[in-house]
Design a protein around this ligand. Structure first.
Ligand code: ADP
Ligand code: MG
Length: 387
C-alpha cells in the first residue's frame, strides 16, 4: 500500500474522530506456500506475506471507550466500552479488533481504550487471512501506544486467542504468526509445535519467476463442518497410532502406520496426507535454502494431489486452476488454505505470466464458473509501524 493509501487512512481517521491519529500501522494477508492442515497436527507450515494489507490509524484513549471504524464497511464508528467486552457477544467484523483488546486485557495489560479507523486491501473470505491482518494491525498499534513491549510471536498468540475465544473460530497459529513475523523476500518456516521459526529466502523476482494467486471466489457453505471432520479424523488417527500428534509419525514410518490403520480407510488417507505434507514442507525448505527454487514446482503439485485425493478438500474450481496452469507451462500449482474454494497458487516463469493467466481465465469461462481474480504475490513485509 503506497503513501497515498496511508494518507487516505489518516484522512479517514481525522474525518471521523476530529483529530490526528497517534500513529499508523500495517499488517499483511498471507498465502501458505506449502504445509496445509498440518497446523493442528503440530506440524510445519510455510506462509509468506502478501503486498495486500490492513492499515489502521489509531489513537489511545484513557476513558475506557473503544471506537472502531472500517472504511470498507462504512457507516458510523461502533462505540464499545472495554470493560464490557465479552467472548462470542459480537457477530460482526468488530469482533476481530475488539477481541484483540479483550485478549490483551485478559493477559493483564491495562488497555483503557482507543480510536481505530482502518482500511484493508486483503480480499475478505478468500483464504488469504484478512481476519488475521485485522487482528495483528490492531495488536501492534496497541502494543506500541501502550508500551507493552510484546514481540511479534507473542502478539500472534494473543490474536489467535482473540479469534479462538472472542470471535469463536477454531483457527491455528499460522495466520497471525505470518501477519506478525513475515519478512519481505522470504517465506516463514514455522514449526507449530514449539513455534520455532526461520526466515527462508524466497525472492522469486530475482530468479525470473512469479507466484500467482488465483482467487476462485468460491466458498462452499459446508467448509466449516468438513474442517471439523478432518480435524477429528486426524486426532483419531493419532490416538490409534499412540502418538501425541501426527507430527510424530516420520515419513519412513508411514507404511507401518498405514498397516496399523488397515481397518480405517479414512484415517489412512488423512494420516498419509499429514505425514507426507510435513515431509514436503521440509523438502521445500531444503530446496529453497539450496537455491534450487524451480525444483519446488513438483512438490507443490504433489501437495495438491494429496489434498485432492487423500484429504479430499479440493473442489472443481481449484482443480481446474491447477490442471490448466500446469498444462499451459506453470512450474507448479496447488490449492492453498482450508479448501472447498478460496485460492490456488501458481509458480510460473516471468515470461509465462500472461499465458497462464489467460489460460486459467479461459478455462473458467468455458466451464461456466465465476471469473477468478488473478494477482501476483510478491513475498512482502510483516506487520510494522508506518507513521
Ligand atoms: P479470511 O481471514 O480468510 O479472509 P475470515 O472469515 O477469517 O476470512 O475473515 C473475514 C472477516 O474479517 C470478514 O467477514 C470481516 O468480518 C472481517 N474483515 C476482513 N476485512 C475487513 C475490513 N476491511 N473491514 C472490516 N472487517 C473486515
Ligand atoms: Mg481468517
Amino acid at each position: 500500500m503506497g503513501a497515498a493509501a496511508q494518507e487516505q487512512v489518516r484522512g479517514g481517521f481525522t474525518a471521523r474522530y476530529g483529530a490526528e491519529p497517534d500513529g499508523i500501522w500495517a499488517a499483511p494477508g498471507r498465502v501458505n506456500l506449502i504445509g496445509e492442515h498440518t497446523d493442528y497436527n503440530d506440524g510445519f507450515v510455510m506462509p509468506f506475506a502478501l503486498p495486500h494489507q490492513a492499515v489502521a490509524a489509531v489513537s489511545r484513549r484513557a476513558d475506557g471507550v473503544l471506537r472502531l471504524h472500517s472504511a470498507d464497511i462504512g457507516g458510523d464508528p461502533v462505540e464499545l466500552r472495554v470493560a464490557d467486552l465479552a467472548p462470542e457477544s459480537d457477530r460482526s467484523w468488530t469482533a476481530y479488533p475488539s477481541g484483540v483488546v479483550w485478549a490483551l486485557r485478559e493477559a493483564g495489560h491495562e488497555i483503557t481504550g482507543a480510536d481505530v479507523h482502518l482500511a484493508s486491501t486483503v480480499p475478505s473470505g478468500a483464504g488469504l487471512s484478512s481476519s488475521a491482518a485485522l487482528e495483528v494491525v490492531v495488536a501492534l498499534a496497541l502494543n506500541d501506544l501502550y508500551g507493552l513491549g510484546l514481540r511479534g510471536r507473542q502478539l500472534a498468540r494473543l490474536c489467535q486467542r482473540a479469534e479462538n475465544v472472542y470471535v469463536g473460530a477454531p483457527v491455528g497459529i499460522m495466520d497471525q504468526t505470518a501477519a506478525a513475523c513475515c519478512e519481505a523476500g522470504h517465506a516463514l518456516f514455522l514449526d507449530t509445535r514449539d513455534l520455532a521459526q526461520r526466515q527462508i529466502p524466497f525472492d522469486l523476482a530475482a530468479e525470473g519467476m512469479r507466484l500467482l494467486v488465483v482467487d476462485t471466489q468460491v466458498k462452499h457453505s459446508h467448509s466449516e463442518g468438513e474442517y471439523g471432520k478432518r480435524r477429528a479424523g486426524c486426532e483419531r488417527g493419532a490416538a490409534l497410532l499412540g502418538v501425541a500428534a501426527l507430527r510424530d509419525v516420520a515419513v519412513d514410518e508411514l507404511d507401518a502406520a498405514l498397516e496399523r490403520l488397515a481397518d480405517d480407510e479414512e484415517a489412512q488417507r488423512l494420516v498419509r496426507h499429514i505425514v507426507t505434507e510435513n515431509a514436503r514442507v521440509e523438502r521445500v525448505v531444503a530446496l529453497l535454502e539450496a537455491g534450487d527454487t524451480r525444483a519446488i514446482g513438483p512438490v507443490l503439485v504433489a501437495g495438491h494431489a494429496s489434498l485432492r485425493d487423500d484429504f479430499r478438500i479440493s473442489c472443481p474450481e481449484l482443480d481446474l486452476v491447477v490442471d490448466t496452469a500446469l498444462a499451459s507451462g506453470a512450474l507448479g500449482a496447488r490449492m492453498t488454505g482450508g479448501g472447498f474454494g478460496g485460492s490456488a497458487i501458481v509458480l510460473v516463469e516471468a515470461a509465462d505470466v500472461d499465458g497462464v493467466t489467460k489460460a486459467v481465465e479461459g478455462a473458467f469461462a468455458d466451464a461456466g464458473f465465476t471469473a477468478p481474480r488473478v494477482f501476483e504475490a510478491v513475498p512482502s513485509a510483516g506487520a510494522r509501524r508506518l507513521a
